[in-house]
Design a protein. Structure first.
Lengths: 353, 353
DNA sequence: GTGAAAGCGCTAACAG
DNA sequence: CTGTTAGCGCTTTCAC
């Protein structure tokens, strides 16, 4: 924002103005090398650069050094409220370390390979991958090519690439034990798509948590996606199943839980009186829906931040030992969960049993 | 994803493998110039490129051509649900035209100039700016420097840069006339920060809409930001003002409306019985809060898409004539608005008046 | 239609 | 400490 700078002033112009050689300018302007330059020359060069409005050309230095100070981020859907905070964490880390972030919305997994190709053509220094799937061919590809990459939110089950994730088993344990402590015994699960790691991780966590208390699921239905509509369909399926209706429902995600709300309401059932419901993610506004949703809160921003930090460390040669970082989720209790109603036609027992 | 490509294979390697000169390879691989090459050479070159796993180095072509096929996007807060759809639109347009998008979260306007500097150093071909403020020094700077830039969501009041925005006056007119048609006469406004264009545009739109019906605002309070907490504070202020309580409230934004909900509830007032409330943006889940929010829906994704298209056209020399594109918002009626209660101590009149 | 040659702006040996 | 030199990979005149 200093004065009316015309256009392309190069290191050569600065050198000329300062009366030194271009390489001296290069060194003077490079924080890592300015120690090699005498104080007075430094002054002159900086003054000249300032005065001319010099702005280094990263494309040129990239060509020479092979480093662009640029990373790519792959997300499945920016519009899903889980990702903006993750992105924010990544971006904050990048900004702090002088990197820029390409964001690509990879709506269809089939589009991932060409997008990655284009990113590599852009010479990105590394990738943060939030679109990992089970048996994803992209993962071994990245590993084999030696491309710096870190996964976020979804882990790499084959362990080839480092990842930063939330503890899905713990999350499910928290939800299940909360419901158990309320007195529920017939607990069902609306599971995430089994093609993505979080989908299976949470389902297994759910089942394990019940097993730890010698209980079995009162139903598990897989959702086609992590969306409200998919949640509604899954809920419909669950309610149509034979046998006693579950007392409580653990959902793989808040949107799915809200879809379950939709279906329950349309069938004349009330949350939490007729069924307790829990979500996962604690996305914005789930505290304002009716009833406010009991859910699991994830440190999304930190997920992104940590993943980016790992990536930069790797890029810059400070490779860590820890290959997978697991962050702790936490239970947030709201009004969508309560003790089950007393069994009908048996008198109103206390909460004893 | 084709075979175990080692690392840096260049145009030179392809030329050698194909038995032609590098410039021939360059031409053959450039869609705009392949017409200059004979069919058979084309085959050979493409086969060689394929076989060797050649991937063009954009940093090199950028250095040569001055074009990076890269744009920068400046948003104030990725986490605000307004921006992800805008970003999605931008990204979709970019992907379709072979560009990548740097996303920078500019939390503090003071940080904008250095971020823009860094983006220009990265040789971005242009900028989409969603952080314009009133009297923003960045705008004349961009214009003066001849940097390709398009504003989204917030307009440039000085008209120096093209912009794609929603029609804020129309939005307010829709909200106000909806409330008038319900029978409200004492209508107040929680206004957005007057430092940003949307804040003043909506306030003016609100006032104008009332004036068109020979009415005056029943109160206008400015929020410190577009947040729920700021909405709550503003609501508190409005309720503390002397005079009769407004019957209806037009909010600058959904989050602010939800903050108003918070405060109304804590003062024992009910929406919509005691006060009708409208929002703006129709962000996800406002249809699920209690009561579901009447609001104005904006074509956010299209806002982003159009802005990006304008930018690319400008970059590629197809400059448009239209400098500002104004998109139409639409009213979405839900349960937070209803006819005012009959005046107390006057009997229960019908909805006649 | 294809080759030759120069050079985009910068950095990194290698002298001195 | 500073100057010299070469060249990163690609595109683009200019010849032929």
């Amino acid at each position: 924002m200093t004065g009316p700078t015309p256009s392309t002033v190069t290191i050569r112009d600065v050198a000329q103005a300062a009366g030194v050689h271009v390489s001296t300018v290069s060194r003077a302007l490079n924080p890592a090398k300015r120690g090699l330059i005498s104080e007075e020359v430094l002054q002159v060069v900086e003054a000249a650069a300032q005065r001319l409005g010099y702005r280094p050309n990263r494309a040129a230095s990239a060509l020479r050094t092979g480093r662009t100070h640029t990373i790519g981020v792959l997300v499945p859907d920016i519009t899903n409220p889980v990702f903006p905070p993750i992105l924010q964490g990544i971006e904050a880390s990048a900004a702090a370390r002088g990197y820029f972030v390409f964001v690509a919305n990879v709506a269809d997994p089939a589009l991932a390979p060409p997008i990655v190709e284009r990113m590599l053509a852009q010479q990105v220094d590394g990738l943060v991958n939030a679109i990992a799937r089970r048996d994803d061919p992209l993962l071994p590809y990245l590993a084999r090519m030696g491309i710096h990459a870190v996964l976020v939110n979804r882990a790499d089950e084959s362990g080839q690439l480092p990842a930063v994730v939330s503890d899905d088993r713990l999350a499910m344990k928290l939800a299940v034990e909360h419901l158990l402590s309320l007195g529920h015994r017939r607990i069902a699960h609306l599971a995430g798509p089994q093609g993505v790691p979080t989908g299976v991780g949470r389902r297994q966590g759910f089942e394990q948590a019940l097993r730890d208390h010698d209980l079995a699921p009162a139903g598990v239905v897989e959702c086609e996606s992590y969306s409200r509509e998919a949640g509604r369909m899954a809920m419909r399926k669950l309610l149509a199943a034979p046998g006693r209706r579950p007392q409580a429902l653990v959902c793989c995600n808040d949107l799915v839980a809200l879809g379950a709300y939709d279906e329950l309401r349309s069938q004349g059932l009330k949350v939490p009186q007729d069924m307790s419901v829990t979500g996962h993610n604690d996305m914005p506004l789930v505290d304002m829906v009716e009833p406010p949703l009991t859910t699991i809160r994830l440190p999304h921003r930190e997920l992104g931040w940590r993943a980016a930090e790992m990536l930069f460390d790797e890029i810059e040669g400070r490779s860590l030992s820890a290959s997978t970082v697991v962050l702790r989720p936490e239970l947030v209790v709201r009004a969508s969960t309560q003790a089950p109603a007393a069994p009908p036609a048996r008198g109103r027992a206390g909460s004893g049993q």
